[in-house]
Design a protein around this ligand. Structure first.
Ligand code: HEC
Ligand code: HEC
Length: 274
């Protein structure tokens, strides 16, 4: 009986001890409630903004169509852009309005011909005209808050500091919904829409677009038949237009386009007779 009581008292003391220990010595971890939706959009942090910039750079912005290691001879490498952007301001050829690296990056995207990196100009223009599309123009159509996100990405990806303001209120870029699956882009309803969706106009002169990396397509219909056009889109390296480089036009349209989009584009191109 005595032993039983002793064990009981010991157990009580031990239990009290553990309870105290648990309450005072171990920090109480309680999962934070998930933030409300408006809170995440209104309070997008710089890290999130930079991540959005990377997403735009690699996707919607079409930047990696040209700025990629395979095409290093056609579009300049954008590594160390935080340092390069400031050096450009002191280049004797620089005649633009930018006063800071951030302004240079914005100007490079919105008015690419203001300063053309030596050796990368449109053929025959002696580096006075850039083949890069205006990123806020019809071919790509980024909004100011999206352009700032790309600037933040370019500034920080090689160790620089982001200097752009975070988006506020009406101009806020859409916050990537946490965990939400990316919706597949809707099929284009018109050939013009398809040209935009697949960024054909970033590289070609066609419709409202003035791309200059690939051949002018405004008279293509009088030169090529439908079979050629189909092959040119699905297997661009099968025939290489004279005077243009192989391997620049994306090779994966066959996997991305719906059959209807493809046929619409072929008919549209066939009708382009200048
Ligand atoms: C159709 C091809 C093409 C696309 C698409 C393109 N660029 Fe360019 N970009 C170029 C070429 C060519 C140059 C060099 C000529 C010049 O200075 O404008 C250039 C120059 C630049 C420069 C200046 C580089 C320097 O060293 O001073 C920046 C910055 C830049 N691009 C960013 C972008 C971003 C960001 C995007 C996407 C939002 C983009 N580009 C999309 C072709 C392209
Ligand atoms: C990143 C730049 C780029 C993009 C984006 C691009 N192209 Fe091209 N395209 C080229 C280049 C460069 C050539 C010339 C080399 C060759 O024939 O592959 C070309 C060739 C062509 C030709 C053959 C022209 C001829 O005279 O033989 C057609 C047609 C064409 N592209 C249509 C398209 C369509 C339609 C799209 C969008 C769905 C598109 N391209 C997107 C760069 C591009």
């Amino acid at each position: 009986m005595q032993t039983f009581l002793k064990i009981g008292i010991f157990a009580l003391i031990a239990l009290a001890g553990y309870t105290l220990f648990a309450n005072f010595a171990i920090p109480q971890v309680r999962p934070a409630p998930p933030p409300a939706e408006e809170e995440t959009i209104g309070a997008m942090g710089m890290d999130q903004y930079i991540a959005l910039g990377r997403k735009i750079f690699e996707g919607k912005g079409t930047c990696t169509l040209c700025h990629n290691p395979v095409l290093a001879g056609r579009a300049p490498s954008l590594t160390q852009m935080h340092a390069t952007s400031e050096q450009r301001l002191n280049d004797p050829r620089y005649k633009g309005k930018a006063k800071t690296g951030e302004e240079y990056l914005r100007e490079s995207m919105m008015e690419p011909s203001t300063f053309v990196v030596a050796g990368f100009g449109k053929a025959g223009t002696n580096d006075t005209e850039s083949p890069m599309p205006q990123i806020n123009g019809p071919a790509v159509g980024l909004k100011p808050a999206e352009i700032n996100a790309v600037i933040a990405f370019l500034q920080t990806k090689d160790g620089g500091k982001a200097t752009v303001p975070l988006p506020t209120g009406a101009d806020a870029a859409p916050a990537p919904a946490a965990g939400a699956a990316e919706a597949a882009p809707a099929p284009a309803k018109t050939p013009e829409e398809a040209l935009g969706k697949y960024a054909c106009g970033a590289c070609h002169k066609i419709g409202a677009f003035a791309g200059a990396v690939g051949p002018d397509l405004t008279k293509i219909g009088s030169k090529r038949d439908e079979a050629y056009l189909r092959r040119a889109i699905l297997d661009p390296n099968a025939d290489i237009a004279t005077g243009f480089p192989a391997g620049v036009m994306p090779q994966d349209f066959g996997n991305k386009m719906t059959a209807k989009e493809l046929e619409m584009l072929i008919k549209y191109l066939k009708a382009q007779k200048g």
